[in-house]
Design a protein around this ligand. Structure first.
Ligand code: 4AD
Ligand code: MG
Length: 477
């Protein structure tokens, strides 16, 4: 194959007056002979100038929307506005035709729903290529952040026998014949006959294994896929999503909040610094889409301003009890503007969280010290005996991006919580032993990777920031 130069390299350090070869896909071929070519390496397209006299008409006809081509020609300064350089095509080769009559993608604005059904082509659009470049950038920044600070990347298992969150929203993993499984004498399915000799499922969280790591290596993080069989058809839920879970020995809830805030600010800064063209494109995209909207339906700030605002300001930190108080005394609550009633002891609904973040504080909020009964068994009981050292980080437009806690390191307390929540103690024998032998105070949290990418890219639906979304009734591609 002939050697090609990536468009990002050409635009970054233009080798003016040199001959270059580029390969990529056609975003537009205008009647004046200009091709906008992209190859995935940049948010910007490279302009190719085609002299119609020089090329065969049949070849030119094949340069259609999203066809794949190779071009060789001289790189020169551009005469027109909108780009600094352009390639004067000397040779043109069609690498992959794209019959416009049959190709489902069209060179016009198409709905996100339509594009989701065309996940094999949607990455070719400017929007999705920017989203997935940024998704990569965030993933890289996560590893860099923790590596630079002496954390170890721990691979938690994907198949597990435990339900870390105790919420029972798990996908079963089995090799038994589901139509005709073996039974025990009392008529139950005999899981001891299954592949692992026990009942297993896809993990909902790597936290419990992360704790094993933290109590030996000091500072670890997991970063892997997690699975939840919750039937939530919302713009914030996926059945398969990625989670980053740092777990740190000798950290309490205060340290945990500091880490969470520093970490997410770092990720946003990293993208602002390293993906300015993609962010500028997505910012403009939102502005264009909002042009015809009523003022009150538009976002209060543009994408770049929103991101800068988050990194430049301290997050608000309040207790659950104070949060409930604020909501109950708000004029919106008194006027019955909320769908769900709230009282101390009930979980905050998304609408309550959004009021706190978007209406009241107008910045990210960390809510801590939730009632013990609405949180997982492993969270450390506070001195009041009613609340646990939990923390949720809430973001504008997204809601919860992080959930975490200081962990219950006291053996007796933990056993009590496990019993009270009706969890089988035997399944967690190893987790309990961690408290018996060389236990330590420790804390950690989970960041929803897609929710973070959603916030940074400004995309309205979480399904549009993961290449191949898995949601109820949908697992195509
Ligand atoms: O709050 P969650 O359930 O916390 C845990 O799983 C803890 N074990 C984390 C820990 O302490 N190590 O989930 C953590 C985050 C949420 O804040 C949210 O951002 C994301 O994971 N999340 C989802 N993202 C997409 N789709 C879903 N169905 C999600 N469920 C949770
Ligand atoms: Mg949570």
């Amino acid at each position: 194959m002939k050697k090609r130069t990536e468009i990002s390299k050409i635009l970054g350090f233009p080798p003016l007056n040199a001959e270059v070869t580029v390969m990529g896909w056609v975003r537009a071929f205008r009647s004046n002979g200009f091709i906008a070519l992209y190859d995935g390496s940049s948010a910007k397209t490279l302009q190719i100038v085609v002299d119609f006299e020089k090329f065969d008409e049949n070849l030119l006809k094949k340069i259609s929307f999203h066809a794949c081509i190779a071009v060789t020609g001289k790189l020169v300064e551009s005469q027109g506005a909108g780009q600094t350089v352009e390639v004067l095509a000397e040779t043109l080769e069609i690498l992959g035709e794209s019959n416009p009559e049959e190709y489902p993608m069209q060179p016009k604005v198409q709905t996100m729903e339509f594009l989701r059904e065309k996940a094999h082509f949607r990455m070719r659009t400017a929007t999705f290529s920017s989203v997935f470049r940024i998704r990569h950038g965030v993933a890289y920044a996560i590893h860099k952040y923790y590596n630079d600070r002496g954390y170890y990347y721990l691979h938690a298992p994907i198949i597990t026998g435990s339900d870390a969150e105790g919420a029972g929203e798990m996908f079963r993993v089995t090799t038994l014949d589901v139509g005709n499984p073996p039974h025990t004498e009392d008529g139950q399915v005999d899981w001891s006959e299954d592949f692992f000799g026990k009942s297993t499922n896809l993990t909902v969280s790597g936290q419990l294994q992360g704790e094993i790591g933290a109590l030996a290596l000091g500072k670890v993080y997991t970063f892997g896929p997690t699975f939840r069989a919750e039937n939530s058809n919302t713009s914030r839920h996926l059945a398969e999503f990625w989670m980053i879970e740092p777990e740190v020995a000798f950290y309490d809830i205060e340290d945990n909040m500091d880490l969470a805030e520093d970490f997410v600010k770092y990720l946003i800064n990293y993208v602002l610094e390293n993906y300015p063209d993609d962010i500028a494109f997505l910012d403009q995209r939102i502005k264009d889409a909002e042009k015809n909207m009523k003022l009150e339906d538009r976002r209060p700030m543009g994408l770049v301003d929103t991101l800068r605002f988050v990194v430049d300001n301290d997050f608000e930190r309040i207790t659950y009890t104070d949060a409930v108080d604020l909501i109950l005394h708000s004029k919106e609550y008194k006027k019955g503007k909320f769908e769900f009633e709230l009282e101390w002891g009930k979980d905050l609904q998304a609408e309550h969280e959004r009021w706190l973040v978007e209406k009241h504080f107008k910045k990210p909020v960390i809510v801590r010290n939730y009632p013990k009964d609405i949180k997982a068994f492993y969270m450390r009981l506070n001195e009041d005996g009613k609340t646990v050292a939990a923390m949720d980080v809430l973001f504008p437009g997204i809601g919860e991006v992080i959930g975490g806690s200081q962990r219950e390191e006291r053996y007796e307390n933990l056993v009590q919580r496990i019993k009270a929540m009706g969890i089988h103690e035997e399944e967690l024998w190893w987790y309990l032993e961690l408290r018996k032998f060389g236990g330590a105070p420790h804390a950690g949290f989970g960041l929803g990777f897609e929710r973070m990418v959603q916030f940074i890219t400004g995309m309205g639906n979480i399904r549009d920031v993961i290449p191949f979304p898995r949601t109820p009734k949908s697992a195509e591609f």
